[in-house]
Write a protein that binds this ligand. Structure first.
Ligand SMILES: [Fe+2]
Ligand SMILES: [Fe+2]
Length: 193
């Protein structure tokens, strides 16, 4: 894999702060992945490219998503930023010829989560939220929990996102509710054993 090829393309597509964020997410994901049995190339690629579509204006996100049948709910129509994951995965496949379904899935769902998250999906989702430049409310607690247990971190992250969305009177993406419920049940199942 020619890493510089992807880094250079990303640099031309993203504003400098978003580009730095992408590099930080990649570094964070690679650190998190050290203890886990994950393919390092897939982890590198998905984390670096997760925000590939982040700098597209809302109209372009909506147009690309609608042309390619990527819109699944009202929340995405009204808050098109929710589409940067699905559109990013679509563009990585179309423009960068990335065919790996695990990498594309992690990019697709990195904002919302989904019911059957792979370990790769979880690490990308969390690395995006805890990379060092993040300073949102609760991020230090999330970092601490993630160091101890990624699954607990994921539940905390879903709950935090839902609280944030409710507080700001935004629409909740149904996938986040489904992801959170499925994850809670899976964790309870684990603890029961
Ligand atoms: Fe993102
Ligand atoms: Fe991101």
């Amino acid at each position: 894999m020619d890493k510089n090829y992807y880094i250079n393309i990303l640099q031309t597509r993203l504003h400098i702060t978003r580009f730095s964020h992408s590099l930080a997410v990649m570094e964070t994901a690679m650190k998190m992945g050290k203890r886990l049995n994950l393919n390092r190339e897939k982890l590198w690629l998905a984390s670096l490219l997760h925000d590939y579509a982040k700098n597209l204006p809302r109209q372009n996100l909506l147009a690309l998503a609608s042309e390619n049948k990527l819109i699944t709910c009202k929340a995405e129509e009204i808050q098109p930023d929710l589409l940067h994951g699905p559109v990013g995965a679509f563009l990585c496949r179309r423009d960068l010829q990335i065919e790996d379904s695990e990498v594309l899935q992690a990019i697709y769902y990195h904002t919302t989560g989904h019911e059957k998250m792979s370990l790769l999906d979880k690490v990308i989702f969390l690395a995006d939220l805890v990379e060092p430049s993040r300073d949102d409310t609760g991020v230090d607690e999330l970092r601490r929990i993630c160091e101890d247990d990624l699954d607990k971190g994921l539940l905390f992250a879903f709950d935090r996102t839902l609280k944030y969305v409710i507080k700001r009177k935004l629409l909740i993406h149904p996938l986040t509710v489904q992801a959170r419920n499925a994850h809670l049940l899976a964790m309870e199942g684990k603890e029961d054993k």
